[in-house]
Design a binder for this molecule. Structure first.
Ligand SMILES: Cc1cc2nc3c(=O)[nH]c(=O)nc-3n(C[C@H](O)[C@H](O)[C@H](O)COP(=O)(O)OP(=O)(O)OC[C@H]3O[C@@H](n4cnc5c(N)ncnc54)[C@H](O)[C@@H]3O)c2cc1C
Length: 472
């Protein structure tokens, strides 16, 4: 029997085991290693391996400096996108500036994982997470590594296994289901556009140019429609769907390289993102509608945040519950943001289409309350302002350089989230001194010793736009 040939060849002790060496696992491990912890990443696939999620924005490129990999990513020869042709619910397409990169995720993820290794993170690759059992003071983790089984002891367990959700736990879908069909095509010539996004009857299409006159062409639809295709193969269904999109004519397709792939692309979040001895990060915690093209960005940023949370739990036990609350609240906040943001994109098409595909996905679109026209005007030094009666200063979990701690933060119904700092400046001490009404000039004079005048004016203007400071 296969299992009888396997031997308990190795026993390892470590602080933290991370399941998955994608962007979230690598970013988390690299950041946590900077705090001096011993970390082992388990990655079941040998890299480079193919992976969905190839479009990165300029904002994601900026994040790469945090892992010291910007040069390596730039030298990898990925396709650089400048603009995209978009036809979204309207008859006429528009060119939209969307600078970014279309990467080979096999190569990109390897660069990130190497960065974690350079920070002394151990990787077991191929290392498939099989199971974990709680034991005194942590976990016993069983890993399949080729023909052998490795037995790891660790204090903390992190699930960064993406949509595989290797560590058991409930996942909640927070938008109607979505399914992706995609393939890489060789093109007959170099197309005029770097990318195309188009809405169709019951689906939308995304084309991303790749280096070497190739393009990835994806179609996103409802899994129920795919299931109702009858006896047609997935391949012929995919190709017939492509013909529905008018902008596909800009891409002269030669042949499919490899196979047509299909995967679930629904938006989900875990119902239990963090506990005293485990945490989920990246897609294992929160997966987004691919329309956002933000999955890798979120995996990297939440990886950094998660490392500070785990460092707090391991090194500052008195702050452990605060750190868990911080992580839970950030997840809830992102679910709210992305649910509304994505639904608003579907809403733009739902305005013109009665198809249930668009109508159902637009349900959660809510417009943010508009900024009052007066609050958009630049303030004058003589304008008299006072603190809104709805502003509150409450102790709130806040992220510092190496830990989560309780700090006073400004809460107000107009703010998406509590605000403790603007840049390096603490907001609450500035506002607590504002009893009664003051002119803008007087507020700036009172803040003079704490912040430069131009920053002070920006903060006042921002507080005014958000109705934290109101007219007398
Ligand atoms: C169709 C589609 C298109 C997308 N397009 C975009 C896009 O254009 N831009 C964008 O930013 N995002 C996009 N995304 C989202 C993006 O792919 C993810 O958000 C991102 O990959 C999440 O990173 P991660 O590290 O959390 O998970 P992953 O990248 O999935 O990494 C998880 C890793 O865990 C490993 N693993 C899984 N199970 C185990 C196990 N049992 N043991 C050990 N290792 C394991 C896997 O091999 C994998 O390497 C798209 C998603 C989909 C579904």
């Amino acid at each position: 029997m296969e299992t009888s040939r396997k031997t308990m060849a190795q026993e390892l002790d470590t602080d933290v085991v991370v399941i998955g060496g994608g962007p979230a696992g690598a970013a988390f491990a690299r950041k946590l290693a900077e705090f001096g912890h011993q970390i082992v990443i388990l990655e079941k696939a040998a890299f480079p391996r193919p992976h969905v999620g190839i479009c990165l924005s300029d904002a994601t490129e900026m994040l790469l400096d945090q892992f010291n990999v910007r040069d390596a990513v730039h030298s990898a020869g990925f396709f650089r996108r400048k603009s995209v042709l978009v036809k979204w619910g309207t008859d006429q397409p528009l060119i939209s500036d969307q600078p970014g990169l279309h990467v080979d995720r096999g190569v990109f993820d390897r660069i990130l994982l190497e960065s974690a290794r350079r920070a002394s993170v151990t990787t077991i690759q191929p290392g498939r997470f099989l199971t974990a059992r709680r034991r005194l003071g942590g976990w016993q983790v069983i890993v399949e590594n080729g023909q052998r089984t490795i037995n790891l002891q660790s204090r903390f367990l992190v699930d960064a296994s993406g949509r595989a959700n290797a560590f058991p736990g409930q996942q909640v879908r927070y938008a109607p289901p979505l399914f992706a069909l995609h393939a890489t095509w060789r093109l007959c010539n170099r197309p005029d556009y770097d990318g195309i996004m188009e809405s169709g009857k019951n689906a939308w299409m995304w084309i991303a140019c790749l280096a070497g006159q190739e393009a990835q062409i994806s179609v996103y639809t409802d899994p129920a429609l795919l299931a109702s295709r009858g006896k047609r193969s997935v391949g012929s269904y995919y190709e017939s769907m492509l013909d529905e999109f008018s902008l596909i004519r800009h891409f002269h397709r030669d042949e499919i390289l490899g196979e047509i792939q299909c995967c679930d692309a629904s938006s989900r979040h875990s119902s239990h993102p963090v506990g005293a001895d485990f945490l989920r990060v990246g897609d294992a915690n929160l997966s987004l509608d691919p329309m956002a093209s933000q999955g890798v960005h979120l995996a990297l940023t939440s990886g950094i945040q998660a490392a500070i949370v785990v460092n707090t739990i391991l090194c500052f036990p008195e702050l452990a519950l605060i750190a868990q609350r911080f992580y839970q609240e950030r997840q809830e906040e992102r679910v709210r943001q992305f649910r509304h943001r994505t639904a608003s994109e579907y809403q733009r098409v739902a305005c013109f289409s009665s198809e249930s595909f668009w109508q159902e996905r637009a349900i959660n679109a809510v417009r943010p309350p508009p900024v009052h026209a007066d609050n958009r005007l630049p303030l004058t030094p003589s304008q008299t302002l006072e603190l809104s009666p709805h502003a509150q200063f409450l102790e709130t979990p806040v992220m510092k350089s190496d830990r989560i701690s309780l700090e006073p933060a400004l809460h107000h119904p107009r703010l998406d989230r509590p605000v403790a700092f603007v840049g390096e400046t603490e907001v609450c001490p500035l506002l607590r001194g504002l009893n009664g009404n003051h002119t803008v000039g007087a507020i700036l004079a009172a803040w003079e010793s704490k912040i430069p005048g131009n920053l002070g004016l920006q903060i006042i203007q921002w507080l005014w736009e958000h109705e934290v400071l109101v007219a007398r």
